[in-house]
Design a protein. Structure first.
Length: 341
């Protein structure tokens, strides 16, 4: 089974964290999501993976320079931004069998075999993975007939104009001939251009409702919500570390001062230090080598590796990037990245 992973976008809604870091490499529970996704795909039978790259390509190629056990890994570096459709054609062409396409910045735990069974049973040329959402205004709304064939698309309907529905979740099954519908060498949106053209041309385009966990982590709120779901057991990703009491996980080398207080749920990454009179939690995840200084407070926050809160700092509903140090004050609803990264 072959899979194309679209991993070249800029992730502008997560800036400054993604100024240089590709969004699929954002850590989830302390480890880059793309690393976790590749391992999940291999476990589900994917044997060839092509990473479509542009922004931050060196970060990804350096990280995966030794490949991925169990699958052949290669990259297709776009000469210029090609959009979702252009990137698919560039990475997949030529193709001689069914292949899968994933938006690599989507956290999901779907059954790929069931998805492919649906695609083959309908003799589809394209099958779009769908999920049910209450507010479709940030996504592509998809209408189906009783057999799952796509009738029409509404790309990102205005807020309040649609009450719930099935939306494109960024997973596709393609037959090789569909690549001929994507013009080469220019930017093409598969959602806005290719799929509507396929419908207009009478192609067999289907939508398959997928079951499992799904989260677009492209904004601060969604990224924090993913971690809340993981700590609450609503997302089937494994929380790293060992449980030391209900709702508290600690990895190797964690040091918590006797006067510090942890308010579950909290997951402390390897080597994290919590100093005297600090308060951590609820809903806090730290990466490796983090430090919560004396009298500092952190709640509903994610700290990436080697982030540090100085003495007396208060942080809430925020993300601190790699090697970021906050020296004083109160922060809420921010994303911070260390200068020079």
């Amino acid at each position: 089974m072959r899979a194309i992973l679209l991993a070249g976008g800029r992730g502008t809604r997560l800036h400054p964290l993604t100024e240089e870091l590709p969004k699929p490499m954002v850590p989830v529970l302390g480890r880059p999501w793309l690393d976790q996704l590749l391992q999940r795909l291999v476990r589900q039978g994917v044997t060839e993976i092509v990473l479509s790259l542009y922004h931050g390509k060196d970060v990804i190629t350096d990280y995966f320079r030794d490949g991925v056990p169990g699958a052949r890994l290669r990259w297709a570096v776009e000469p210029k931004p090609l959009g979702t459709g252009g990137a698919i054609r560039f990475a997949a062409h030529p193709a001689d069998e069914t292949f899968l396409v994933f938006n690599a910045d989507i956290v999901q735990t779907f059954d790929l075999e069931a998805f492919l069974d649906f695609h083959r049973s309908r003799r589809a040329q394209v099958t779009i993975g769908l999920v049910q959402v209450a507010d479709p205004s940030s996504y592509g709304l998809v209408e189906l007939d009783d057999d799952g064939r796509v009738l029409r698309f509404t790309e990102k309907p205005g807020p309040g104009t649609a009450r719930g529905g099935l939306v494109n979740c960024g997973i596709y099954a393609f037959e090789p001939e569909v690549l001929d519908w994507i013009p080469p060498g220019r930017e093409v949106s598969v959602e806005r251009e290719t799929f509507p053209a396929l419908l207009a041309g009478g192609a067999r385009v289907y939508g398959c409702l997928l079951h499992g966990y799904w989260k677009d982590i492209g904004t601060l709120d969604r990224y924090l919500e993913l971690h809340r779901h993981a700590l609450a057991g609503r997302c089937p990703l494994e929380v790293p570390g060992r449980p030391v009491r209900a709702g508290v996980w600690q990895a190797d080398g964690v040091r918590v001062a006797a006067s510090a207080r942890l308010f579950p749920p909290v997951a402390l990454g390897p080597g994290t230090v919590v100093d005297e009179d600090a308060e951590v939690g609820p809903w806090v995840v730290t990466g490796a080598g983090c430090r919560i200084g004396p009298r500092a407070r952190a709640a509903e926050a994610v700290l990436w590796d080697h982030a540090e809160l100085g003495a007396g700092v208060a942080v809430q509903r925020s993300v601190l990037g790699y090697n970021t140090r906050v020296g004083g004050g109160t922060l809420e609803g921010v994303m911070l990245a260390a200068a020079g990264r």
